[in-house]
Design a protein around this ligand. Structure first.
Ligand code: X2W
Length: 291
């Protein structure tokens, strides 16, 4: 293990240990994880709302992973920031099937906001004494999803791992914005969940983590569901009257994602401050989804 000197990281460890009661457990997980291919440990998707509301906890949790030799690969969105900045620019919001219709005027704002949010996260990571590399292009090769309907929105066709591998080889956390580009060099707006899913299919990581404000999938009473075993519970869950459309879509996406991965892979949905607890304890913190 690396020597841990950053006070924020130390704080995370103290919080983690006190919440677990046993250092044995964390050691077991660390050992297991250290036997995996370090370049494919985890893909972490960070929503724009987390960047807005929980940047400090996010940076220290990701820095902690790097400190224990498990450099995560981070893909981020910027949904709420885009709503705000596009609104300020007088561009009205229009979505189709949850995707933002993106005009040329909107794309200029989208690019600026993605770059700014990417840099904000990278700087926060540096502030937590982590190494992090800003990647805002060159990863997601895309084509127009449907130009008539969505405008300058992309569908990922190929993932170029070279910039990610270069960052990992330097021991630096790749921080990737979900912007795509066509073979002809046109930048396109890509939904961050879709971008993360494409990256996951190519990298086949051991852990896939979605960091959200809610800290997991919620049951009828608004409590975080501990774990979901898709092979036995999927149909049952989808048939529940309290499951809303958004959550059904999310579950379907996770199922599709896991279907393309080795059976040991799993998806965790949690909040930044609970990330280490989710990864290094039996009990976990958010929702763990297995196949
Ligand atoms: C998204 C990209 C940002 C995103 C958008 O414009 O909002 C499309 O809809 P979150 O915060 O992860 O939702 N792109 C095409 O996905 O951000």
């Amino acid at each position: 293990m690396h020597h841990v000197h950053d006070p924020q990281t130390r704080q995370t460890i103290v919080r983690l240990l006190s919440s677990m009661g046993s250092a044995k457990e964390i050691t077991q997980y660390l050992k297991r994880f250290s036997q995996l291919d370090a370049a494919r440990f985890a893909v972490v998707k960070v929503g724009g709302a987390v960047l807005r509301d929980d940047l400090e906890a996010l940076a220290s949790s990701l820095a902690f992973l790097q400190d224990v030799g498990l450099t995560p690969i981070v893909v981020h969105g910027a949904g709420p920031q885009l709503d705000e900045e596009l609104g300020a620019a007088g561009i009205e919001k229009q979505t189709v099937n949850g995707l933002r219709v993106t005009s040329p005027e909107a794309l200029a704002v989208v690019r600026r906001v993605f770059h700014a949010q990417n840099l904000r996260l990278v700087e926060a990571l540096h502030g937590s004494d982590a190494r992090a590399t800003s990647i805002v292009s060159g990863v997601f090769e895309a084509e127009y999803l449907d130009r008539e309907t969505y405008g300058l929105v992309g569908e990922v066709k190929r993932v170029n791992l070279a910039p990610i591998q270069a960052s990992l080889q330097a021991g630096s956390i790749p921080v990737i914005a979900s912007l795509g580009e066509t073979a002809g060099g046109q930048i396109l707006n890509v939904n961050a969940d879709f971008a993360a899913n494409e990256l996951v299919q190519v990298l086949q990581p051991y852990k896939i983590v979605f960091l959200t404000g809610t800290g997991g999938l919620l049951d009828a009473d608004g409590r975080v569901i501990d774990s979901i075993n898709l092979s036995t519970e999927y149909e049952h869950l989808c048939a529940q009257p309290w499951i809303n459309g958004g959550m059904r879509v999310k579950l379907q996406q996770i199922k599709d994602l896991l279907d393309g991965l080795p059976s040991a892979s799993s998806v965790s949905i949690t909040r930044p401050a609970e990330l280490a607890k989710e990864l290094f304890t039996h009990k976990g913190s958010g929702t763990l989804v297995r196949r």
